[in-house]
Design a protein around this ligand. Structure first.
Ligand code: KG4
Ligand code: ZN
Length: 357
């Protein structure tokens, strides 16, 4: 069915109406801000797909020494970085504030103190320049990263895998999404970070574990694949199995540590188990819904083996979409794209941040 697809948003002072979306009939330039965790990001995206500016200030160096994100410190760093990333995005784009169609910001889920910094900046920009404000859900934004530089259109099945979420979603249209299944305990990214920590890898563990897994043997150790009904997942049993395995290997070695080969093999075996589980359930959802398109999204979608297994679906006639690396992990381009495509946004300037879904 072909239908006119755009949303009408009001400028905050003049209440002038602005059309945003695929059929709005004019070019939309959305500036978005993302600050839900440890990245302060600002971007400008044209018509939801063309990135005009993309700036990310990462706090990894700060949190590395603590082995994880410290919310209070993260919020303060967002305060220091926010004006710099906004200025830089304007500079990269060559646009003036009055040329921006609307200002968007992440509302949640995320760390409340961190979200407040970015969201208030987006609201302020919209108020000062008399433009519409669009509040965006961080998870929807991750999905929308797949619209950047592609011609993807719903319907499709999405696998959303991040530090806080693991979901299989039926995206029927830009506005209608149904969660088919999700994790009943740890998120995939969380499991990666916890396993990385227990084998002694520094924060952020996921990407480092992925690197070592690529040189290890994925069949070295047999790890349990969780048996959870339907499209739900469970990763806490796997995490405990790795903990037991590492303990046993250390005892056998007699020196309280693992050899380099053992570390690589544990990483590869864990990665094999996770990627197999995700690919299996995703394939089942595709078959059941009869869709021919599948997307992966979220920080863990940067994972080499998960990408490889899911891109393998193309051999069976599916079209697979995955954002390029810089749009997998937290960024503001995906937030701008979401503000353009997704109708499930928050337009009220009084919208409050939230920490969990
Ligand atoms: O989406 P994201 O940037 O932030 C959240 O919204 O959670 O995801 C961060 C998560 C972290 O757990 C990180 O370890 C994981 O994504 N991650 C990876 C890889 N790159 C990032 N996990 C496995 N393999 C990777 N290559
Ligand atoms: Zn994220």
């Amino acid at each position: 069915m072909r239908y006119n697809y755009f949303m009408e948003k009001k400028c905050l002072f003049s209440e002038k109406k602005v059309q945003i979306g695929v059929d709005s009939g004019c070019d939309n330039y959305i500036m978005a801000i993302e600050s839900s965790c440890d990245e302060t990001a600002c971007a400008i995206v044209k018509n939801g797909t063309e990135v005009i500016a993309n700036v990310v200030a990462s706090q990894i160096k700060t949190h590395e020494k603590f082995g994880g994100v410290i919310p209070e410190i993260a919020a303060r760093e967002h305060m220091d970085a926010i004006n710099i990333v906004i200025d830089e995005a304007f500079k990269q784009s060559g646009l003036m504030p009055n040329e921006i169609t609307a200002f968007a910001g992440t509302v949640g889920p995320g760390l409340v103190g961190c979200l407040l910094v970015g969201l208030n900046a987006a609201k302020t920009l919209a108020l000062v320049h008399d433009k519409p404000f669009i509040g965006v859900n961080h998870l929807n934004a991750h999905l929308c990263a797949n619209y950047i530089d592609t011609d993807l259109k719903p319907p499709f099945i999405a696998l959303l895998i991040s530090g806080g979420h693991t979901q299989i979603i039926d995206v029927e249209s830009y506005s209608k999404q149904t969660i088919l299944g999700e994790t009943i305990d740890d998120a995939v990214g969380e499991a990666y970070d916890k396993v990385a920590r227990l084998i002694g890898l520094p924060y952020p563990g996921g990407p480092k574990l992925d690197k070592l897994a690529q040189i290890g043997n994925p069949n070295a150790y047999e790890l349990p694949i969780s048996r959870v009904d339907g499209y739900n997942f469970s990763f806490s049993g796997l995490k405990t199995a790795v903990l037991r395995l590492v303990k046993r290997l250390k005892e056998e070695n007699g020196n309280g540590s693992l050899t380099e080969k053992q570390v690589n093999d544990v990483c590869a075996s864990f990665q094999e188990c996770v990627s197999k589980t995700l690919a299996k359930k995703l394939k089942k959802a595709l078959q059941e819904k009869g869709y021919k398109q599948v997307v992966i999204a979220g920080g863990v979608a940067a994972n080499s083996e998960i990408r490889r297994k899911i891109f393998d679906f193309e051999k069976d006639g599916y079209k697979v979409y995955a954002p390029i690396m810089k749009y997998c992990t937290d960024n503001a381009s995906m937030v701008a794209s979401c503000a353009y495509f997704n109708t499930n946004t928050y337009d009220d300037v009084d919208v409050e941040v939230f920490s969990r879904v």
